[in-house]
Design a protein. Structure first.
Length: 131
């Protein structure tokens, strides 16, 4: 009976130690994964905005509007993730880029060439929010 109790106790201790060691590095790994996802999303939004600027240079206002809307959707997704992870100040920084993207989309829909300036401002805001 004593031998059985020692074996069961050893298994419980081994399980507890294994669980503790396995779980100890997960929070750091999860944080790093979230940061990489955020960086990738910001890069995607920046690329879409730059593609929209190129479309404006080619006077393809419809394509530019689509690119700006896609970039806005990506930034809104990042903003939601930042708010969910209790980072409201960083989420607020993205609001500036979102406002410029809304302006660029509205101006390109109106076939206004000044949409280029709004797109430039959006790119700068995205760059500054990624730092």
């Amino acid at each position: 009976m004593r031998l059985l109790a020692a074996i069961v106790g050893g298994v419980i201790v081994a399980f507890g130690v294994g669980w503790f060691v396995g779980a100890s590095g997960k929070s750091a790994i999860e944080l790093e994964r979230r940061q990489l996802d955020e960086r990738a999303d910001l890069s995607e939004a920046r690329a879409l905005t730059l593609e929209g600027r190129l479309a404006l240079l080619r006077s393809n206002f419809g394509d530019a509007t689509q690119r700006f809307n896609s970039a806005r959707q990506v930034l809104e997704r990042v903003q939601i993730k930042l708010r969910e992870t209790n980072q409201p100040e960083r989420a607020g920084q993205l609001e500036i880029a979102l406002a410029h993207l809304r302006d660029a989309g509205r101006l390109s829909t109106a076939l206004d060439p000044t949409a280029q300036a709004a797109a430039d401002e959006a790119v700068q805001a995205i760059r500054s929010s990624g730092k």
